[in-house]
Design a protein around this ligand. Structure first.
Ligand code: ATP
Length: 448
């Protein structure tokens, strides 16, 4: 039955109402939580995902902003727009209930209630919520749901749905661990090539010689280790999608080779005289910032234009507050199942710690941290001490710059300081510990 999986919250300051509804619903639903103090609404909503909230409209003078029921309804809708709310009201207050419907409530019940009507109303709402959730999570990559409720992720979903079915080349931009791989796979899954190969190559990690042999393939005898013919990744991906990850880390020479293949739509394996036609949809990804990609000394503009018919930017997790708790719930449920654990709840202080972390390792870091929390937690309510953030993420970010070339380091530092000081030369020079003249010399040197 639909209700068996439902989690219901009832908020009423009348203890008798709470007891009556608890007795009625407990045998039917997965869980019923009752709350006397509407001031705890946010705490309740954050600690658990409720399918339906039953909210009384007549509280005794806790808030002086017109009707309190409407006030609390607005609070619920702000904290959890997705959750269905049923208003409970006295017959004389039906006008108020109708106003509540306009403000986002899903339905209302009149006190004294009819038990059957209560059950039917909840069942209808739970059913429609389940359908909505199915639709919302329909965006998957290899059957894994892509979770996100933030405006930024909504934009990403829209782009995947719009661009996926086309053959347009896509460039995915975002820090490490933001979900670029997942998005590339989702684009492929949403394309007419979905039943053909999806081939991923981490081009940033290939040495100069491997780059050619890996991507274009080779003929037997083309070089010492070439003991037999081998297809390159372009050919393996024929008819499907080729995903080139870390494209921002390849040399200018490699960019030229790539561009030639993309322009001619054919590859010539090393040691061969015959070009092989290729039919691929190209998706590229990089964690290099878009401003850096505009640096013509490092990136050929013609290549960037070619791979970037459409770009999809995935913002870092710290800029997607709305996704953190949602993703946390998702990962915890995945690991509950994996490690055969009872369902976990989130303590309010656990949520506070989770939300105040800035996740330099993005979703990947959140995932690892929660896997550890599920394994290590003693009880079934996750506490702040269950969240152990690794210092590695932070040190990787600060200790390993994108480049180790001294000139590049100096240029990047100057750019950063200039940006921070909104282009003010005196302030920037002072911050850099050099004279204005010295700063001008460097600006000239780096063509800034
Ligand atoms: N929106 C999301 N919903 C569910 N899981 C996600 C989401 N975003 C990322 N993940 C998970 O987080 C992990 C990291 O994601 P992914 O590998 O796609 O990131 P990436 O940006 O490609 O990282 P890198 O730049 O290091 O290659 C993966 O396990 C992925 O499944």
């Amino acid at each position: 039955m639909v209700l068996k999986k439902a989690q219901i919250l009832v908020i009423d300051d009348d203890a008798d109402v709470l007891t009556a509804l608890r007795l009625l619903l407990k045998p039917l639903v997965k869980e019923i939580v009752t709350e006397k103090n509407p001031g705890n609404i946010n705490l309740q909503i954050e600690s658990k995902k409720f399918d339906v909230i039953i909210l009384d409209m007549n509280f005794n003078g806790l808030v002086n902003t017109g009707n309190e029921g409407i006030f609390w309804l607005n609070k619920i809708k702000k904290a959890s727009p997705e959750t269905a709310v049923i208003l409970m009201t006295a017959y004389v207050d039906i006008d108020l209930a109708i106003r509540g419907l306009k403000e986002g409530a899903s339905d209302f019940l009149v006190k004294p209630w009819n038990n059957e009507k209560v059950i039917n109303t909840i069942t209808t709402l739970v059913k429609s919520e389940q359908t909505k959730t199915k639709k919302k999570n329909a965006l998957t990559a290899s059957n894994q749901p892509i979770i996100g409720d933030s405006d930024a992720m909504e934009d990403v979903f829209t782009k995947i749905q719009k661009v996926g079915p086309t053959d347009a080349n896509v460039l995915i931009l975002g820090e490490n661990g933001t979900g670029k791989d997942l998005i590339a796979k989702a684009l492929h899954d949403n394309s007419h090539r979905r039943d053909r190969p999806f081939v991923k190559v981490d081009v940033g990690s290939l040495t100069a010689s491997l780059f050619e042999s890996e991507l274009f393939g080779y003929k037997k005898g083309a070089f010492t280790d070439a003991r037999e013919d081998r297809k390159g990744r372009f050919e393996t991906a024929n008819g499907g999608t080729l995903f080139l990850d870390e494209i921002g880390n390849i040399s200018i020479g490699q960019q030229v080779r790539l561009l030639t293949v993309l322009q001619n739509r054919q590859v010539t394996p090393i040691g061969s005289n015959t070009a092989v036609p290729i039919d691929i949809r190209l998706i590229c990804a990089t964690n290099v910032a878009p401003q850096a990609l505009a640096d013509e000394k490092k990136f050929r503009k013609d290549l960037i234009y070619r791979i970037n018919t459409v770009d999809i930017t995935v913002p870092p997790l710290r800029q997607r507050d709305a996704d953190i708790v949602l993703l946390a719930r998702y990962f915890v449920s995945v690991y509950e199942e994996k490690y055969s654990k009872e369902p976990f709840e989130f303590d309010a202080s656990f949520l506070k710690k989770l939300k105040s972390h800035d996740f330099p390792g993005n979703v990947r870091e959140l995932q690892y941290v929660l896997e550890r929390a599920v394994i290590m937690s003693d009880g079934n309510v996750l506490q702040p001490e269950d969240l152990v953030f690794s210092s590695i993420e932070r040190s990787v970010e600060t200790v390993t710059p994108q480049t180790t070339n001294l000139d590049d380091l100096e240029k990047n530092t100057i750019l950063k300081v200039l940006e921070q000081n909104k282009g003010n030369i005196s302030k920037s020079a002072k911050e850099l510990g050099i004279t204005r003249a010295a700063l001008y010399r460097r600006l000239e040197k780096y063509g800034l």
